[in-house]
Design a protein around this ligand. Sequence first.
Ligand code: SAM
Length: 217
Amino acid sequence: MPRRFVSERRRDPYYRAAQREGLRSRAAFKLAYLDERFGLFRPGARVLDLGAAPGGWSLVARDRVGARGAVVAVDLRAIEPIDGVEVVRGRVGDSRLIERLGRRRFDVVLSDMAPRVSGAYATDHARSAALVREALDLARVALAPRGAFVAKVFDGDLVDALETEIAASFDQVRRTKPPASREPSSELYFVARGFRPAPAAGGESRAPDATRPTTAM
Ligand SMILES: C[S@@+](CC[C@H](N)C(=O)[O-])C[C@H]1O[C@@H](n2cnc3c(N)ncnc32)[C@H](O)[C@@H]1O
């Protein structure tokens, strides 16, 4: 790890607070902010957390939905076990993941997924946007009616089109940048509420769009 990154991280108040509070990642503060601002979680809710490693968001979600709720954490990477959280190792965008999740319906689908950063901004933005589409496809299958969807994207010229795609399935979409997002960072979050499932037309009309290419990771 570059020395400059390590010393910047030590000075980062969110990183230090996350260490102190056993939160696994500074990202946990972003989800706490989103919940406080948009009221995402209620006791007993079922949450699907995409791109969950190392588990900061899952811990926040678990604590907020309580023992009657459920949290399923999905990532390409291994996640150390978390009490009260079901961990599924897999790639969002792989149709076998939908089979593994079964026919469960979730009240909230979260995506904090990020591509491996190349440093070429246009490439990273396009990859990040592709991950939002993968998460949205999965959310359209897995969300219960009126459910909520949260997704991170690296800001750029595809954001308006993504918002339009999300808005097609929800009553309301907002863009926000939590204070814990690093200042120069270009990330933002979509928060969509009031999921409206597509009307069933002779069977499984809620399957993901098979014509869309999968994300190359
Ligand atoms: C910023 S980290 C998530 C941090 C997490 N929210 C937390 O609070 O600990 C982004 C994660 O997205 C995961 N990821 C990226 N693409 C993915 C994909 N297609 N399927 C599953 N996970 C993916 C990465 O492996 C990485 O762990």
